[in-house]
Write a protein that binds this ligand. Structure first.
Ligand code: GN1
Ligand code: MG
Length: 364
C-alpha cells in the first residue's frame, strides 16, 4: 500500500489518497482502484503494465493515446455528452505531463480516471449483448480513419499461424513433461489447424484487410451504465491492426459461453445462440457500413476461431509449464483448454444456423 502510494504520487492526480484496492480480474496486468478525498476529487485506476508481455511500453502508451484522442474528437464531433465517461483519460506525470507512464526501476505503471457509476460484468443478457455489439462496431467504425500508424503491441497477437507455430514448438520441447498425458488434445487441436488459418490465407490473397481493432473484447472489458448502455471499452493495451474477426469472435467466446472460461464442468459450457443473435444484430447495425462482404460472410468462422485460438494458447502455456497466464492451480491451463474446446465444438454445431441468421440480417 505504501509502495503503491509513492507510485500514485508521481502522477498529476487531484485529492488525497484514501485507499488503494485491487480491481477486476485480468490475467495479465495488475489493476487497483485509488479512492481519494475530498468527495469531489476524482477516483483513479492504477495499473502495473506487464512489461514481460508488453515489451514496448512506450509504443503501447503511444497507441493508447492516439486511439483515445481520436475517439474523443469523434465523440465531440457527434455532439456526445458525458465524454469523460465514454473514453478513457490517462493521467500525466507531475514531472512531465506528456508522459503517461512511470518506471520505478522494476515495473511500469500508469493511471487513468476511474469512471463512476459504471459496472463491468462477467456475463451478459441478450439485451446487453446487443449494446455490446453496437459498441464494438462503433469503436471500430470510429477508428476506421485514424491518421496515426499504430504498432502491434504484441506482434502477431491474433495470427493463428503464429499461435500454431508456438503450439508446435511447445509440443516439440515439452518443457514441463506434460505432453504424454494430453496427447489427444494436441491431436484434436492440430487436426483443425489448416481450416482455422483461413484469415491469414485471405489476407495474403488481398481479400481481408487489417483494421484497428480492440483485440481483447472479453465481455468484462467494457463498462456499462446503470441502464445497461455501454459507456466505453477499456483495457486498450491490445488495440492494434488486426482482422475484425478479433473483436467479433472474442466477445462471443466470452459473452456467449453459458459456462465460465475455465469451467471444470464441461456440461455447463455451451454456445448461447440467443446471445449470438443479439450481439451480431448490434454489431452489424454499427459496422455493416464499413465491413466488406467477405468479412461479413466469415463472421461464423470468427466465432469458431477465437475459442480455438484461446485453446491453442492455453494449451501451449500448459505444455510450457504455465509461464504466460496467471493460474490459480496447477492444472488451470488444462482445464481452460478443455473448456475452450468444448465451446468450440458447440459453436461448430451451430455453423449453418449462424450463416442463415447473418444472411437474413443483411437482407433486411
Ligand atoms: C488475457 O488481460 P486479460 O485477462 O484481459 C489475454 C487475452 C486472452 C485472455 C483470456 C495480452 O486478457 O488475449 O484472450 O487473457 N491478453 C493478452 O482470458 O494476452
Ligand atoms: Mg481485462
Amino acid at each position: 500500500m505504501e509502495k503503491l502510494q509513492t507510485i500514485v504520487a508521481q502522477f498529476a492526480t487531484e485529492g488525497d489518497v484514501k485507499e488503494i484496492k485491487p480491481l477486476g480480474n485480468g490475467l495479465i496486468n495488475d489493476t487497483y482502484i485509488v479512492r481519494t478525498e475530498p468527495a469531489d476529487a476524482p477516483d483513479y485506476v492504477l495499473q502495473r503494465i506487464n512489461h514481460h508481455i508488453f515489451t514496448d511500453v512506450e509504443g503501447l502508451q503511444r497507441n493508447i493515446k492516439a486511439v483515445t484522442s481520436h475517439i474523443r474528437r469523434k465523440l465531440e464531433a457527434e455532439g456526445a455528452d458525458d465524454i469523460d465517461r465514454k473514453v478513457l483519460t490517462f493521467i500525466g506525470l507531475r514531472s512531465n505531463g506528456e508522459q503517461t507512464y512511470f518506471f520505478d526501476g522494476e515495473s511500469y505503471w500508469r493511471m487513468m480516471l476511474f469512471i463512476p457509476d459504471a459496472e463491468t460484468f462477467e456475463a451478459v443478457t441478450p439485451e446487453y449483448s446487443r449494446y455490446a455489439g453496437e459498441a464494438f462496431g462503433h469503436f471500430q467504425a470510429m477508428l476506421v480513419d485514424i491518421p496515426d500508424e499504430l504498432t502491434e503491441t504484441i506482434p502477431d497477437f491474433h495470427n493463428m499461424e503464429f499461435r500454431l507455430q508456438q503450439l508446435r514448438e511447445a509440443i516439440d520441447v515439452d518443457a514441463a513433461g506434460r505432453l504424454s498425458s494430453v496427447k489427444d488434445i494436441a491431436d484434436d487441436l492440430l487436426r483443425r489447424a489448416d481450416r482455422m488459418c483461413l484469415a491469414e490465407q485471405l489476407h495474403r490473397e488481398g481479400r481481408l484487410p487489417k483494421r484497428i481493432c480492440h483485440c481483447d473484447t472479453k465481455v468484462n472489458n467494457m463498462m456499462f451504465d446503470k441502464d445497461g448502455r455501454v459507456l466505453c471499452v477499456i483495457d486498450l493495451d491490445t488495440v492494434m491492426p488486426s482482422y475484425v474477426f478479433s473483436d467479433y469472435g472474442d466477445f462471443l467466446r466470452t459473452g456467449a459461453n453459458t459456462g465460465a472460461e475455465d469451467d471444470p464442468d464441461l456440461s455447463r459450457v455451451e454456445f448461447n445462440m440467443e446471445i449470438f443473435r443479439a450481439f451480431t444484430e448490434g454489431y452489424l447495425r454499427s459496422a455493416s457500413g464499413f465491413l466488406t462482404k467477405e468479412e461479413i460472410e466469415n463472421l461464423p468462422y470468427a466465432a469458431e476461431l477465437f475459442p480455438y485460438m484461446q485453446a491453442v494458447r492455453f494449451f501451449a502455456d500448459y505444455l510450457n509449464g504455465d509461464t504466460y497466464y496467471k493460474t490459480a492451480y496447477p492444472e488451470h491451463n488444462l482445464v481452460r483448454t478443455r473448456a475452450q474446446i468444448k465451446l468450440l465444438e458447440s459453436v461448430e454445431a451451430h455453423e449453418a444456423e449462424m450463416q442463415e441468421f447473418i444472411r437474413q440480417q443483411m437482407a433486411r
